[in-house]
Design a protein around this ligand. Sequence first.
Ligand SMILES: Cc1ncc(C[n+]2csc(CCOP(=O)(O)OP(=O)(O)O)c2C)c(N)n1
Ligand SMILES: [Mg+2]
Length: 366
Amino acid sequence: MAKKNTDEVRFAPTGIGDEKDGAVQKGVDLPSATRKKHKSLGLSEDDLKSMFKQMYLQRRFEERAMQQYQKGKFGGFLHLYIGQEAVSTGTVFALNDDDDIITAYRDHGWGICRGVTPKEGMAELFGKVTGCSKGKGGSMHFAKTENHFWGGYGIVGGHIPIGGGLGFANKYEQNGRIAACFFGDGAVDQGSLHETFNISKLWGLPVIYVVENNGYSMGTAAKRHTVEDIVDRAKGYGMKSAVVNGMDVFSVYETMKEVAEDVRENSEPWLLEIRTYRYRGHSMSDPQKYRTKEELETYQKNDPIERIKRYLLGNDILNEEEIEEIENKVEQVVLDAVEFADASDFPDEAELYDDMFVEDDPYFHN
Ligand SMILES: Cc1ncc(C[n+]2csc(CCOP(=O)(O)OP(=O)(O)O)c2C)c(N)n1
Ligand SMILES: [Mg+2]
């Protein structure tokens, strides 16, 4: 006989995670960062300077993009990556330049790190023909396929099978390359992820699947929308896995380097949960009522750019003036990009259906 339930029926996920004072804990628990110094990670002083410059470029690019958006220079969605720059940077420095990278819609930092120039990036945001996707992709569809950066996808979890496909292609062609597929914590319960993990393990696809767990899927804390630790999804598929501190570029670099080597050698998939934090709202229209200023500030104390700056200063690799010089140069590059985007033309209406297929599809239009 069915149990008679006199209590209120609850579907809200209270009681999971580390519930404190009746509220589900928010944000992510950052694992400790690597203690290794740059030399033992195989990084030169020049590498460190480039990493710093790259992260600072991603940040200033987006801060200026936000300003241009607020000025009404372009519309639509704008999802900022600010706070997460160590993930893109540590990864790109660790992988080979011809390894494939694919990500979701929070893609500006990734594009810039993989060779979308600030001019091409800003023009793409402005919807201009000089943009990296000829102005027809916008914020969510940065891409630079000649650099093996496949974009920028808007459907949550939709690109995960494509990441698997990139791995499949590399294995099939025996070209020694691997693929890295990034997605948010909001994607981990999509069927597409589980189907892809299953076939990836079965077929030994050389893919590093990475969840950039920034604690939130839009306004919903990860601990409210998903059960258990995300990294444990790997167990169900017999995949190797690790949790990484994504606020520390050295930690991302170290793990990525080791994992890439293993994936390349043994041709099998991995799952990494890189814990990080986004400082800005989900997109520009987010009032951020789901978190407190104090919570945000806690993570900002671990800021990846400030961290590497402290390292550079503390190890006498750069002094204050040299840092300022790099920052000023980056600032100018970004300002030039804004000017370039503003002055560029919109795509011609006649190009609307161009570039939809690799080869012209005779059945689609004409
Ligand atoms: C299949 C699908 N469902 C819902 C949405 C609406 N949506 C856009 S972004 C988003 C949140 C995803 O969060 P997460 O994966 O954690 O990525 P983050 O924004 O934190 O980078 C949702 C639900 C969508 N784009 N696609
Ligand atoms: Mg998220």
